[in-house]
Design a protein around this ligand. Structure first.
Ligand code: NAD
Ligand code: DAU
Length: 353
């Protein structure tokens, strides 16, 4: 593919990972046109992109990927060379209380994008549809072992089932119609601009406000945490150098049991807020478990490392500290998104636990 004058559609670019990816692409490729399509749901926030919104190679379009007619018009107008598809409903707890919005956006929305691209992409020369997915499609691990690209799909929440379905559809368009695609499945991300429904920003915000820290079940669930900017770098690399039709796992080789990570975070927050050691740990409250909670995720990212030379750059304790410092320095960002509907969400989600 030529590296010049590329027009790239990024969906979900106002969300957590999408905004980091858009920033990277806009800054790294001044000759590309980066078009960010986002519905601006509760999770989408243009404040995440303030520093690049004025750049000439960037534009934002508000729209819903569930609207097929809108997408067809968009693709006819813009002549996209590539799509990097991140738009999704992304929070497991919300998928338990409201599965249909996950089916609509994650499955129907993905098929709408595939169809819109297929209609205008002719023989597919120099085109690429990159689907950003999750390690949750592989299900849950026991005490040992890792997810590889060959692990059979075994999704267990409405969220992961909707993402698995979208992965299958993307592969089906490759095999059936010859559409050039690539898929990546990534582990848990953390860093700046993450909506405070996910563990790390939620707990940082609660600690700041001396609110209870709701630990699900026994707290011994394990996640493999990746610095979000390392995910963005991996997506850039895979988009430009990945093998068409292939899947790449992305992970930080950075497993933590929830409670161990929470202890480190609490101690860090005590230090940063100049509170007595142990203050934040006192907020830990064990609550009713998440329904169908997956016990452990761990990614084997050796294919991406060996074939494309990707490496995660930030280790977790350092990354956690930088993350906590970022949220504390940006409490206005946090307060803007935790007023209004967020309070209602929080009550409903946590009241009965
Ligand atoms: P997020 O919830 O922060 O952002 C999702 C974005 O998609 C938001 O900006 C939202 O407004 C937009 N969106 C939602 N529905 C839309 C619709 N119908 N039309 C257009 N835009 C819509 O999510 P995230 O954590 O940044 O995740 C991005 C992608 O990466 C998702 O596909 C997710 O499955 C995947 N992923 C996330 C993680 C993680 O740890 N957060 C890990 C692996 C993979
Ligand atoms: O693995 C990748 C996935 O990681 C992504 O596909 C998802 O979009 C993303 O949300 C994330 O899913 P998780 O469910 O693992 O993330 P979450 O931050 O919701 O939870 C992390 C762990 O912390 C999980 O074991 C549940 C637990 N937890 C979470 C919350 C919000 C708690 O104990 N208490 C909480 O209040």
């Amino acid at each position: 593919m030529s590296n010049k004058n590329k027009t790239l559609l990024v969906t979900g670019g106002a969300g957590f990972i999408g905004s980091h990816l858009v920033r990277l692409l806009v800054n790294k490729y001044p000759d590309y046109r980066i078009v960010n399509l986002d519905k601006l749901t509760y999770a989408g926030n243009l404040a995440n992109l303030k520093d690049i919104e004025h750049k000439e190679n960037y534009s934002f379009i508000k729209g819903d990927i569930v609207d097929a007619v809108f997408l067809d018009e968009l693709f006819a107008t813009h002549q996209f060379d590539g799509v990097i598809h991140l738009a999704a409903e992304s929070h497991v707890d919300r998928s338990i209380t409201d599965p249909m919005s996950f089916i609509n956006t994650n499955i129907i929305g993905t098929v709408n994008l595939l169809n819109a691209a297929r209609k205008v992409w002719g023989d597919f020369t120099d085109k690429l549809f990159y689907h950003v997915s999750t390690d949750e499609v592989y299900g849950s691990l026991g005490e040992t072992g890792f997810f590889t690209e060959e692990t059979a799909y075994d999704p267990r929440s409405p969220y992961s089932a909707s993402k698995a379905s979208s992965d299958h559809l993307v592969r089906a368009y490759h095999h059936t119609y010859g559409m050039p695609i690539v898929i990546s499945n990534c582990s848990n991300n953390y860093g700046s601009f993450q909506f405070p429904e996910k563990l790390i920003p939620l707990f940082i915000n609660n600690i700041k406000h001396k609110k209870a820290l709701p630990v699900y079940g026994d707290g011994k669930y394990t996640r493999d945490w990746l610095w979000v900017e390392d995910h963005a770098t991996a997506i850039d690399l895979i988009y430009h150098q990945g093998k068409v039709g292939d899947t790449y796992n992305i992970g930080g080789n950075n497993e933590w049991k929830n409670i161990d990570l929470i202890h480190v975070l609490c101690d860090l927050m005590d230090e940063l807020l100049d509170r007595p050691k142990g203050d934040s740990r006192n907020l830990i409250t064990y609550v009713k478990d998440r329904a169908g909670h997956d016990r452990r995720y761990a990614i084997d990212a050796s294919k991406l490392m060996n074939e494309l030379g990707w490496e995660p750059t930030i280790q977790s304790t350092e990354g956690l500290k930088t993350t906590a410092q970022w949220y504390l320095a940006n409490m206005d960002w946090m307060e803007n998104i935790t007023s209004g509907d967020y309070q209602k969400y929080y009550q409903e989600q946590y009241a009965e636990r």
